[in-house]
Ligand binder design. Structure first.
Ligand SMILES: [Zn+2]
Length: 93
């Protein structure tokens, strides 16, 4: 589904939000800018993120922030699970 998002221009590597790794732990997710296709209703504090095409669950978001597996907090956090997209990112580099 990530190839689809990228090919449709719905997501790009530039949309990644980088964070400093708190304790050198492996990050099992990464963070992105809020995207139009997420269709997050105004005022919603937290929820899940789904692929707009296949409705596969990609991750979740929280306005107050989400803690990465490495210990860092990203606020607001739009978190996507890395294992589902790692190969796609590798192709973009
Ligand atoms: Zn991290």
């Amino acid at each position: 589904m990530w190839v689809l998002l990228i090919s449709l221009g719905l997501w790009d590597k530039d949309d990644l939000v980088f964070h400093s790794h708190a304790n050198n732990q492996f990050c099992t997710s990464f963070f992105t800018k809020p995207m139009e296709w997420m269709h997050i209703p105004l005022g919603l504090i937290s929820g899940k993120l789904f692929c707009p095409k296949c409705h596969y669950r990609l991750g979740s978001f929280h306005m107050a922030g989400i803690q990465c597996s490495c210990g860092s907090w990203v606020s607001p956090g739009y978190q996507l699970h890395q294992k589902k997209v790692r190969w796609t990112l590798a192709k973009l580099q």
